[in-house]
Design a protein around this ligand. Structure first.
Ligand SMILES: Cc1cc2nc3c(=O)[nH]c(=O)nc-3n(C[C@H](O)[C@H](O)[C@H](O)COP(=O)(O)OP(=O)(O)OC[C@H]3O[C@@H](n4cnc5c(N)ncnc54)[C@H](O)[C@@H]3O)c2cc1C
Length: 482
């Protein structure tokens, strides 16, 4: 049943599981657990549609690089799946086997732990069963760059696809306009006693459950943990500790241009680093996309030269034009963009400001940095892919100077893949959640979503988020049966 908390507060009861956040992670988990017969409350801050009053609660500040996080997330039922693109590429076995370049430990679980859930996650994302992740081009010769392999989800909009299931599934109560504003930790039991929720008129209530899951996205999961005074007082979290740290994005960098030597056959080519390449260079993984510019014939060098000769006879200022042609920075036939892994870096972090949002929750600041390891990754991937592309006779690459000169400033764009702020680790020294996604130091609080990623690989995060959410559902199922 979907209930509007703004008008129906008296309906709160005791649940087996209370999940905060109705995006892909929260909806997947809620339907699976309720389908297994458990009483589940799904707490969603927004309503059925976008609203300015809900979206305003995502307002945050940014220091360091700008990840534009406010614009990248949607705060209503279905979450950011309401405008995601649908590109799906799974994690690789090596993502779970290689040490991180930055010195922090990688995933504490084996790849097989999530591989097992791939088919189910693909089904949720409307990807054809047993379909192979396809390549749209050949690998580059030399063994360093494979063709990238991916599938495109329609893209699945979770609130629309699961509308009926969210209304009809026995045992599931979905509360919309119901904002988590506090986590009430009882130090005598070592458990969360209640999730404190609020409507938009600041009327608060408690939702009580045996187990709680934060599934509010990577910025908000960390924000909720850091906002809870009772968790801070008990020493479970601290404002400058591991909680909120290791924020990772996939780096979207314009690394240069290329001129074709022949016919690419397609409008774009996508390459992906091989494991051998990563081991050889000790850098992060990456996708490099070579995209043809549609307007090249009128915008590039040819157009400028044609224009020059057309006008030379009837215009003065020839010297200026010659100078212009000599210095003309040809954009080439295409651009090279990236989706590059960042190493987990404790300096990139979500922390809280003293200022509060309209419901009294402390606002977040995101400090996002490029580490020296990231600059090395960008440089290595840029130089090596350029070399291999031209060796293959496909064309000539002109890398931007700031790719190989790491002292020059670099413009970095985000991919809207927020990861790592409550990372999974073997021990509390290196992470916020354990192998079962349970918060260290709290017996009944779990986290779902890409905030638990120990490393981000260079794969799109949503399908792995679902794999891990399904795995968490199995764990909670087992735990609650005991
Ligand atoms: C433009 C764009 C394109 C993208 N394309 C891709 C792609 O091609 N492939 C891919 O894999 N990923 C893509 N992503 C990323 C993808 O959208 C996310 O990985 C995914 O939505 C994360 O799911 P989630 O459930 O963890 O979080 P979200 O989708 O962010 O959901 C979080 C939910 O929690 C709710 N919430 C937040 N705070 C509270 C609170 N205090 N109380 C109650 N509820 C709360 C929100 O309203 C929301 O419904 C894209 C993102 C963007 C912005």
């Amino acid at each position: 049943m979907i209930r509007d908390y703004q008008s129906q507060k008296e309906l709160l009861e005791l649940y087996d599981v209370c999940i905060v956040g109705g995006g892909p992670a929260g909806i997947t988990l809620a339907l699976r657990l309720a389908g297994n017969g458990w009483r589940v409350a799904l707490v969603e801050g927004g309503g059925h549609e976008y609203s300015a009053r809900s979206q305003a609660l995502y307002q945050s500040t940014s220091s360091g690089l700008n990840a534009y996080v406010d614009a990248m997330r949607l705060r209503f039922l279905g979450g950011t799946s309401n405008h995601w693109t649908g590109r799906c590429r799974p994690f690789e076995r090596s993502d779970f086997a290689m040490p991180t370049a930055g010195g922090l430990p990688g995933w504490p679980i084996a790849f097989s732990e999530i591989e097992h859930y791939l088919a189910q996650a693909m089904d949720i994302l409307d990807l054809p069963a047993k379909s192979d992740f396809k390549a749209i081009n050949e690998a580059l010769p030399g063994g360093d760059f494979d063709a990238d392999r991916f599938l495109l989800s329609p893209p699945t909009r979770f609130a629309q696809k699961y509308d009926q299931a969210l209304r009809d599934t026995e045992g599931l109560d979905v509360f919309i306009n119901c904002n988590c504003v506090d986590l009430d930790f009882a130090s005598e039991t070592g458990e969360i006693a209640a999730v404190v929720v609020s409507d938009y008129d600041l009327r608060r209530g408690n939702i009580k459950a045996r187990h709680y899951v934060l599934a509010a996205g990577a910025i908000e999961n960390a924000r909720q943990l850091l906002n809870s005074e009772s968790l801070l007082a008990a020493g479970v979290t601290s404002q400058d500790g591991i909680t909120g740290s290791c924020f990772m994005e996939h780096l979207n960098i314009d690394i240069g241009t290329f001129i074709l030597a022949g016919d690419l056959g397609t409008s774009r080519r996508q390459y992906f680093t091989t494991d051998a390449f990563i081991e050889k260079h000790q850098v992060g993984k990456g996708n490099m996309t070579f995209s043809l510019l549609a307007e090249v014939k009128s915008y590039g060098r040819t157009a400028a030269i044609k224009d020059f000769f057309k006008n030379i006879a009837c215009e003065i200022g020839v010297a200026d034009k010659v100078d212009f042609i000599a210095k003309f920075n040809c954009p080439g036939d295409g651009l090279i963009s990236t989706l590059i892994e960042q190493v987990p870096n404790q300096k990139s972090r979500v922390s809280l400001l003293d200022e509060r949002d309209g419901l009294g929750v402390r606002k977040a600041n995101l400090h996002w940095e490029l580490s020296p390891e990231d600059r090395k990754t960008i440089k290595t991937l840029g130089l090596e892919v350029a070399k291999r592309f031209s060796e293959a006779g496909l064309g000539f690459v002109k890398l931007h100077e700031n790719i190989y000169d790491i002292d020059l400033p670099l413009e970095v764009n985000p991919h809207a893949h927020h990861m790592g702020t409550t990372r999974m680790a073997e021990t509390a020294e290196y992470g916020v959640v354990d192998k079962n996604c349970k918060v260290f130091g709290v017996d009944n609080l779990y986290v779902a979503g890409s905030s638990i990623f120990a490393t981000g690989g260079a794969c799109n995060p949503t399908m792995p988020i679902l794999q891990l959410a399904l795995r968490l559902a199995d764990h909670l199922d087992e735990r609650m049966k005991v």
